[in-house]
Design a protein around this ligand. Structure first.
Ligand code: NDP
Length: 466
């Protein structure tokens, strides 16, 4: 008889928590999990999955317009938000059921309530008296949206509330131009909402490759999104049925709804972590070592709560490694060196490895070769869509290794996922060149990029020109 009720108690049933709980149970551990909202977590319930369904839903408008050139008559289009959001919610419910049954099948005990730590081995559940004990605790509580600290912040919604809207607003202001800002601006724009994005920086998607940033901003503007850079918010006030966003430079923008897409912070508040000596870093993230262990020996953390790379597949890899390490006797570290990522904006971005700017910073200004192309996809020749696809390789001049693959255009996420395998295997530009193209495709451009991009010669300064 063990001295503890469970070998493992997981707090948070999102992508990381569910994976860790299931695998650990399958490896023979006695496991329990607590979740205060819905099993599935952000990704499944109000993040990646329902968002991607909204992306599909919002793309049809432009698809129908494109179809005309191919002979389809699509003149009487009508869109019904309740149908789309109703179907999205049904799919989320289905997935919630799938995740719940997965845990059930693995023999994981489930507590649908908030859990807090009393000490390093004792958990108190909000919906009952008494406590539960466990040898190991895994904190997998994820993150939540940050709401900027401006007067009128109570008027702001976040991406969470977008899935609860019963009707679409006529106009939407989005604050922030990161992943969520770009994705939701595209979704609502595609559904016919007038969208304005207000961003404090000088170009969208900080830290992405500059060609992607410029290309996406131009394409989104051409699709009708009002992107305003160097724009800071002063306050938000209620105005009639909607709101008014006042800007620091003096003017203002009216909107039916205002959404903050200003980042996310780890969910560590009120869990009792500080009290038992778990070291927390900036924004309250749990500080962990390469085996996801916190500063307290039996307490581990995976996923967004550790604020390493806040992406679902990373949380899942963290969770796999955790279960292997703790319950399969194989100490396992996660390799974070090659992480592909996509922004499901319209058009879409797929990217893996170093941006041109980062590569120049790390390897030296003259140590990088750039290969890039920008072209109208075959389909657009008939659809009439005037939007270019961009592809770019960042190559180490000395070793010929491909350091980064970047794409803006249809299927970028699908294509870059495959390119990530090549990068992980250390592929060189020569390997790309020797790969037989698949024709006719867009992706073949990645293996037929023959000419190095030359930095334009400096333009004669105004003095010289004078
Ligand atoms: P991001 O960090 O991507 O972007 C936040 C944006 O808000 C930036 O433009 C930032 O500006 C701006 N911002 C931050 N604080 C303020 C403030 N106080 N006032 C005004 N602007 C502000 O966060 P998101 O919310 O878009 O997404 C959260 C995370 O979720 C992502 O980082 C990603 O890890 C994950 N995610 C991943 C997705 C995917 O894989 N496709 C999709 C959605 C989310 P600045 O650049 O100047 O800091």
């Amino acid at each position: 008889m063990s001295e503890y009720d469970y070998d493992l108690f997981v707090i948070g049933a999102g992508s990381g928590g569910v994976r860790a709980a299931r695998l650990s149970a399958e490896l023979g551990a006695r496991v329990a999990i607590a979740e205060e909202y819905r099993i599935g977590g952000t990704c499944v319930i109000r993040g990646c999955v329902p968002k991607k369904l909204l992306v599909y839903g919002s793309s049809y408008g432009s698809e129908f317009r494109d179809a005309r050139g191919f002979g389809w008559a699509c003149d009487k289009l009508a869109f019904d938000w309740p149908t789309l959001i109703g179907n999205v919610r049904r799919e989320v419910d289905r997935l919630n059921g799938v995740y719940t049954r997965t845990l059930e099948k693995a023999g994981v005990a489930r507590f649908l309530t908030r859990a807090v730590l009393e000490d390093a081995n004792t958990i108190r559940l909000a919906d009952r008296d008494g406590t539960i004990s466990a040898r190991t605790i895994l904190v997998a509580t994820g993150s939540h949206p940050v709401i900027p600290d401006v007067p009128g912040r109570e008027h702001l919604i976040t991406s969470n509330e977008c899935f609860l809207l019963e009707k679409l607003p006529a106009s939407l202001v989005i604050i922030g131009a990161g992943y969520i800002g770009m994705e939701f601006a595209s979704i609502f724009n595609g559904l016919g909402v007038k969208v304005t994005v207000l961003y404090r920086g000088d170009q969208v998607l900080r830290d992405f490759d500059m060609d992607l940033r410029d290309g996406l901003a131009e394409a989104m503007r051409n699709r009708g999104v009002d992107l305003r850079m160097d724009t800071e918010i002063a306050s938000i006030t209620k105005e009639g049925e909607g709101y008014r966003v006042h800007l620091k430079r003096g003017d203002s923008v009216a909107a039916g709804l205002v959404m903050a897409a200003t980042g996310r912070i780890p969910n560590t508040q009120g869990l009792g972590l500080e009290k038992i000596g778990v070291a927390l870093g900036p924004n309250g993230r749990v500080v962990v070592d390469e085996f996801s262990k916190s500063s307290v020996d039996n307490i581990y953390a995976v996923g967004d709560v550790t604020d390493r790379k806040n992406l679902t597949p990373v949380a899942i890899h963290d969770a796999n490694a955790f279960a292997e390490t703790l319950f399969n006797g194989t100490p396992t570290k996660v390799d974070y060196s090659v992480i592909p990522t996509a922004v499901f904006s319209q058009p879409e971005i797929g990217t893996v490895g170093l941006s041109e700017e980062k590569a120049r910073e790390l390897k030296g200004q003259g140590a990088i070769d750039i290969y890039k192309t920008s072209f109208r996809p075959l389909r657009s020749m008939i659809s009439g869509r005037d939007e270019k696809t961009l592809m770019k390789l960042v190559v180490d001049m000395k070793t010929d290794k491909v350091l980064g693959v970047h794409m803006l255009g249809p299927d970028a996420a699908e294509i870059v996922q495959m390119a990530a395998i090549a990068l992980r295997l250390g592929a060189t530009k020569d390997d790309f060149d020797k790969t037989m193209p698949l024709h006719p495709s867009a992706a073949e451009e990645l293996v037929t990029l023959r000419h190095k991009w030359e930095m334009p010669a400096p333009v004669a300064g105004s003095d010289a020109a004078a």
